[in-house]
Design a protein around this ligand. Structure first.
Ligand code: SF4
Ligand code: SF4
Length: 58
């Protein structure tokens, strides 16, 4: 499947857990001090992108 999952790897994740709290379907985990999205749970709503301060700076 070629679904486009938001890529936190390219970002400077501050592991603030904001995206984890905001994700309605709980598709985000913080592993190795950066956020990782579980593709099978993510519904691509984009909420995590909107609230992540690190991503907004890119
Ligand atoms: S909101 Fe951004 S900085 Fe915070 S844990 Fe999620 S990806 Fe990392
Ligand atoms: S796009 Fe939506 S469902 Fe997917 S990880 Fe971000 S907040 Fe969760």
């Amino acid at each position: 499947m070629g679904m486009e999952i938001i890529d936190f790897k390219a970002t400077k994740c501050k592991h603030c857990y904001k995206c984890v709290r905001y994700c309605e379907v709980k598709a985000i985990q913080v592993k190795d001090e950066r956020a990782v999205i579980m593709p099978d749970k993510c519904i691509l709503c984009g909420h995590c992108l909107r609230i992540c301060l690190s991503l907004q700076k890119l």
